[in-house]
Write a protein that binds this ligand. Sequence first.
Ligand code: CP
Ligand code: NVA
Length: 301
Amino acid sequence: MRHFLTLLDITPEEARHILARATELKTMQKTGIPHRTLAGKTLAMIFDKASTRTRVSFETGMYQLGGHALFLHSGSTQLGRGEPIEDSARVISSMVDGVMIRTFAQENIQQFAKYSSVPVINGLTDLTHPCQILTDVFTYQEHRGDIAGKTVAWIGDGNNMAHSWINGAVSFGYKLNIACPEGYCPDEKMLAAAHALNAEIVLADNPLAAARNADLVTTDVWASMGQEDEQATREKAFAGFQVNADVMAEAKPDALFMHCLPAHRGEEVAAEVMDGPQSVVWDEAENRLHAQKALLEFLLK
Ligand code: CP
Ligand code: NVA
């Protein structure tokens, strides 16, 4: 039994295999070929935070694979009333074939996984968002081919998505340039772990330097879920870290722009970039469905 709590829970070969399968599943879905490979299986989806893409993609994905998904808002379960994670994990996993969790602390999903008898998938924590990085690499490769050896620029907060891009540099072999305001850099332990695994990751002095000659420029909100009360402070700290036309002009002419969404136009990304010709954010959002269906097959079949 395997869990997917960070991207590094699967090998680079497994990740490549999952993305290849995602391409097949996407073609089958688009051409109306049935692919009920998880018929009779159930996925429980536990949400401690809001979601549009993650919920819709997992729920629809399970249906298309012939299975069923169960939406559990933690506030309306006994988890929300303090039933211990280990007890909940034992009980929920005794009835379903997989569990997807979106929560705050990474330790909470680790604890759940420890007591779960079925695979657990990280649907976002404060630390990482592994389903999104799998999808983002899938999307890049659909548009531009192999991402190995390419340069990715991360501009903005050293948050769960930045950490996922760091793990992705290990698994997929791209070079990663990171530009973050002082005090908002990625977790040093995650950076050190990626460096120890030979990832090529550079902390750049500023967004323009990070974007120079990049093949892909990406960013995320300045205040993540759970940080809403820091919005004003963060807006000040992140001034100058917007991905706008000047930043994109430093990247290669055929560079792509990605954002996991939801986006705040006028904050981390200028509308001209988000809605411009280099942006592939809508493909990226749709691809959550296809990449996660391949992941579900890999873990649940
Ligand atoms: N990108 C992403 O995970 O979106 P949701 O928060 O809408 O699920
Ligand atoms: N960093 C964002 C990602 C949302 C998909 C957050 O955690 O809110």
